[in-house]
Design a binder for this molecule. Structure first.
Ligand SMILES: NC(=O)c1ccc[n+]([C@@H]2O[C@H](COP(=O)([O-])OP(=O)(O)OC[C@H]3O[C@@H](n4cnc5c(N)ncnc54)[C@H](O)[C@@H]3O)[C@@H](O)[C@H]2O)c1
Length: 371
């Protein structure tokens, strides 16, 4: 263990758990996980890329605990029925029982798939998240949303199933390609923008060091992001209300992801960053926040070398009408009015249920015209 371990508790009554954040947690995974085990054995689901880089360290860290592991192909395409049913059958063949623990070692794809497998296997077994991307450490491993994609859309099949423990080892982020790291950073920025201006100001100062590999800065960013997500999930575990705040930038993002065919042209966190910039622009146009707020959002994203505008997405995009129709499919439209997360300033987001479609249309038309 090289440094301090931060601990964020997610308080959900009988489903409460801890998110432990620190450098070198893989190396001591055995002592972290052992208290949860009914017998010294875990089943690990991972992907081939992560398995090659980090499974040996996890095996070593688990010490005397027997490890059986399945590595699925990397990538979003894995998050569908085919690999899901393969994983569930493998878990059954491996004789995973009700009181056993499944370990998800990987990014959001593996976390979502393994969590859903744990939710349905033998009507529910416990699982431990070991997130290996920045996105998974700050977002997908916490909060219990699990699931897979359907031909009808992303994340349409799933369950709420909280992990029993989350181990976020900051050291594993060192092997993440820079583009994937910055994509995850889009979600980090989102937390500052939605509810904590001081955190956003801290990111403006610490962001470049964090991207360059500063472990202490990375740990602090993960800790503050997880703490914010934990507080929101505690207030609204199943997204009946406040949890929707976490969707800041996501309505735009989902339309852009659909427009780019969920391809490598636009990673999820890149879409979130562009979406946050658009949400602040829309808020300013609706007279909700000052002109300075969207400028500050854009300036930080630019300073980090991130995508900010539609023009930063390579290749053709459909026009504003098509983008708006993708949004309408994504969220409920009532009498031409859309549900968005808007902001009264940096750190002051709120759920707006009555956003006029024509204001969104004008925003998209201007954004497309700048391409
Ligand atoms: N459940 C939730 O609340 C929630 C929230 C946000 C996103 N998600 C989901 O998360 C998924 C995206 O997650 P992601 O961005 O982590 O994608 P991912 O799991 O596909 O990982 C991205 C890539 O990085 C590789 N990788 C992972 N860790 C690595 C490491 N340490 N070093 C080198 N390479 C590594 C993976 O093999 C993969 O190729 C989407 O399916 C999205 O729907 C879920």
């Amino acid at each position: 263990m090289t440094g301090r371990v931060d601990c964020v508790r997610v308080d959900l009554g009988p489903r409460s758990y801890e998110v432990r954040i620190g450098e070198g947690l893989l190396a001591r995974a055995g002592e972290e996980i052992a208290p949860l085990l009914a017998r010294p054995r875990v089943a690990v689901l991972t992907d081939e890329t992560v398995a090659a880089l980090h499974l040996p360290a996890l095996r070593a860290g688990l010490g005397g605990i027997e490890v059986t592991a399945l590595a699925l192909p990397p990538g979003e395409a894995t998050k569908g029925w085919a690999e899901f049913s393969r994983a569930v059958d493998w878990l059954l063949a491996a004789k995973v029982e009700r009181r056993d623990i499944i370990v998800a070692l990987g990014g959001g794809v593996i976390g979502d798939l393994a969590g859903f497998a744990a939710a349905v296997l033998r009507r529910g077994v416990r699982f431990v998240q070991i997130p290996t991307t920045l996105l998974a450490q700050v977002d997908s491993s916490v909060g219990g949303k699990t699931g897979i994609n359907s031909v009808h859309g992303k994340n349409l099949i799933g369950a709420f199933h909280q992990p029993a423990l989350v181990l976020a080892d900051i050291a594993v982020l060192a092997t993440l390609p820079a583009r994937d790291f910055l994509s995850g950073y889009g979600e980090v920025v989102k937390y500052g923008l939605l509810g904590d201006e001081a955190f956003f100001a801290w990111l403006e100062a610490a962001g470049p060091a964090l991207a360059a590999g500063d472990v202490a800065a990375r740990q602090e960013a993960v800790r503050r992001s997880v703490a914010m997500k934990a507080r929101i999930v505690e207030r609204d575990e199943t997204e009946a209300g406040d949890r929707a705040l976490l969707n800041l930038g996501h309505t735009f993002c989902h339309a852009l992801e659909k427009a780019t065919g969920y391809s490598a042209r636009l990673l999820h966190g890149e879409g979130v960053a562009i979406g946050c910039a658009l949400a602040f622009e829309l808020s300013q146009r609706l007279g909700l926040c000052s002109q300075e707020a969207p400028s500050r959002v854009r300036a930080h994203l630019r300073a980090m070398g991130m995508k900010v505008d539609l023009a930063d997405i390579p290749g053709d995009l459909p026009g504003p009408e098509a983008l708006l129709s993708f949004m309408a499919q994504d969220k409920k439209v009532v009498d031409g009015r859309l549900r968005f997360i808007l902001a009264r300033g940096i750190g002051e987001a709120f759920v707006a249920d009555d956003v006029p479609g024509d204001a969104v249309m004008r925003l998209l038309a201007d954004a497309c015209a700048e391409r």
